[in-house]
Design a protein around this ligand. Structure first.
Ligand SMILES: C[S@@+](CC[C@H](N)C(=O)[O-])C[C@H]1O[C@@H](n2cnc3c(N)ncnc32)[C@H](O)[C@@H]1O
Length: 236
């Protein structure tokens, strides 16, 4: 297994041990200048949230598993904790006011959502952001070596106009083993086009949407340098 992969406590894949992609780095940079709090959804052990705290941002760290958030609290310095708000709950159970958040990071979480839940969550994301606020998302693409014929099936469904072409039953594609054991029954993958289309449907203006490589993923996962999608979208 990659040294950058840390097993989650709730069978939701692996958290990254460092801030490794441009979307997460941009979120941290942008958070320095935000007047309202920023929000990290599915923060796991808080690599990004802790970096934001250390840069002086006020951050709301969310995760569905409270035990992940306890690690963030323990790792935060006493003096930083006043700027750390923990929200242990499902994405769609987060209670925040309209226009109350400057930016939101959701890294490697929405591949666990079915299409309806995804739309509900993006509508909430839009609602919580202030005007001009930004959503930073990363998610896995279908171009993963250990998912066998997924790229082909994704292409076929896309050609038929299926915007949720990457919503699949895990056992139909992935070989049994350590990675499969840490994943839920259904998974949802995206490319740079359908992710953009889905965000646009929810009212966002897209600043960028692109495929990128994850050279630090385990070799058995890397296919051809298109492992993930990154997206930055704006409210208004
Ligand atoms: C694959 S890990 C990614 C962690 C981290 N964002 C990263 O990029 O390394 C997915 C995380 O999302 C959390 N998660 C999964 N479903 C969630 C949901 N519905 N609401 C909030 N968090 C969720 C999991 O508990 C886990 O910590």
């Amino acid at each position: 297994m990659s040294k950058y992969f840390i097993q989650t406590l709730n069978k939701t894949g692996y958290a990254l041990s460092e801030i490794l992609d441009d979307i997460s780095k941009e979120f941290v940079e942008n958070a320095r200048n935000c007047k309202l709090p920023v929000l990290e959804i599915g923060a796991a052990y808080g690599v990004v949230s802790l970096k934001c705290l250390r840069s002086g941002s006020t951050i709301i760290a969310n995760d569905i598993d409270e035990n992940h958030l306890k690690v963030i609290y323990e790792d935060a310095k006493e003096s930083e904790r006043k700027n750390l708000i923990l929200m242990p709950c499902d994405f769609e159970e987060i209670k925040l006011q309209e226009n109350s958040i400057s930016s939101i990071l959701c890294a490697r979480v929405i591949h666990f959502f079915d299409p309806d839940k995804l739309i509900r969550c993006l509508n909430l994301t839009y609602k919580w952001l202030e005007n001009g606020g930004k959503a930073y998302f990363t998610v896995e693409s279908p171009y993963l070596k250990n998912w066998n014929h997924l790229p082909l099936d994704f292409k076929k469904r896309r050609e038929k106009g299926d915007i949720f072409a990457g919503y699949v039953k895990t056992s139909d594609y992935i070989n049994k083993g350590e990675i499969a054991n840490n994943l839920p029954e259904y998974m949802h993958f995206f490319d740079e086009y359908n992710l953009k289309e889905i965000f646009e449907k929810c009212g966002f203006t897209i600043e960028k949407s692109f495929l990128f490589s994850r050279p630090y993923f385990p070799e058995e996962v890397q296919l051809d340098g298109r492992e993930s999608v990154g997206l930055v979208a704006r409210k208004n």
